[in-house]
Design a protein around this ligand. Structure first.
Ligand code: 3HC
Length: 294
């Protein structure tokens, strides 16, 4: 059944100011998404240079849009005017929702969630954009598991419309609805899913990407596989191009999580995927991955 406008999710919590933790590709893109949608955004990084990098990322992105005739200087000034960078998490005390996009490491995330729980005002929603760790594990270190939720954005966040909204058994229905309404307000399409490895998209996407690596190990050239998929499946990128965008370290972490959950040998990470990660060929972000960008 197609939902009617009456079924559209509503903002059950007042959301005016959004906090973002992290300064990497996903964090920068997420800051941009909210600022472009008119929200004031407070983002926190581990140093002045990293914090400044987020602003530069957004400036460049807006400059490109202006050059393509898709934006203008006034819009750019307005978006940049909504940004507040900080190096201390205490800057998040008054935000209505925090979206974290820091390292994909459970100890690091749990330390952050325990800290956000202390810092953020009562009622503030704590969201994670993790793609490989259980949301439940982030919730269990807080005193407000009902306010903890997954908001899984895709890379590049300003472009990709989908957000997987991931609820745990403890997430409040009001929090789930508010986050889905917030996605709509930022021009995103929300799909709801439960807290299981890979959620929906990665559970289907990564076995394919991993199989592409295994296929290349049988002697097929990477470029040939990329071309075949783009031609036949009409995907915007071939598997190796996409792995290099996502990051091979992130991809390996996701694949290992899928293996842990589904326990079938087919999910075993491809040897070459482990090898490129060990060699530091992490993808576009390091200038080299399956393909060379230098
Ligand atoms: N930031 C902002 N805008 C961007 C951008 C970025 N990083 N990259 C591209 N764009 C914009 C361009 O400005 C352009 O906008 P316009 O249409 O308004 O002019 C539009 O996106 C298209 O860009 P281009 O014409 O330069 O290039 P392409 O047509 O090749 O599109 C792409 C680029 C959108 C990245 C496309 O290649 C694509 O869709 N790739 C697949 C991406 C994908 O599947 N991501 C999901 C990965 S899985 C994941 O993230 C899950 C995680 O858990 C691992």
């Amino acid at each position: 059944e197609t939902p009617s406008a009456d079924d559209a999710p509503q903002l059950r919590h007042d959301i005016r100011t959004v906090g973002v933790v992290g300064t990497g590709t996903m964090a920068s893109g997420i800051v941009q998404v909210f600022a472009q949608a008119g929200y004031d955004v407070v983002y926190v990084g581990r140093g002045e240079d990293k914090v400044a990098g987020v602003r530069t990322f957004i400036e460049k992105s807006l400059d490109k849009a202006i050059a393509r005739g898709k934006s203008d200087e006034a819009t750019k000034a307005a978006v940049l005017g909504r940004l507040t960078g900080a190096t201390e998490r205490s800057a998040l005390a008054e935000v209505d929702i925090v979206v974290e996009a820091i390292a994909e490491d459970l100890d690091i995330k749990q330390e952050l969630f325990a800290d956000l729980d202390r810092i953020c005002k009562p009622g503030a929603i704590l969201a994670t954009t993790t793609s490989s760790l259980p949301i439940t594990s982030c919730a269990e270190v807080t005193s407000r598991p009902e306010a903890v939720i997954g908001m899984h954005f895709f890379n590049p966040a300003p472009v990709m419309k989908l957000v997987e909204v991931v609820t745990t058994v403890q997430t409040g229905a009001d929090v789930d609805e508010t986050v889905r309404a917030l996605c709509a307000k930022t021009g995103k399409v929300a799909v709801s899913c439960g807290d299981r490895a890979g959620f929906i998209v990665n559970a289907l996407l990564f076995p394919y990407l991993n199989d592409a690596v295994k296929l290349s190990e049988s002697g097929l050239e990477l470029g040939v596989i990329d071309t075949a998929i783009k031609e036949q499946a009409a995907y915007p990128m071939g598997p190796f191009e996409l792995l290099d965008v996502v990051g091979n370290d992130v991809s390996l972490a996701i694949q290992e999580e899928l293996l842990r959950e589904f326990r079938q040998p087919g999910f075993t990470p491809a040897h070459t995927l482990k090898q490129v990660v060990a060699e530091g060929k992490l993808g576009r972000k390091t200038g080299q991955g399956f393909h060379d960008y230098r």
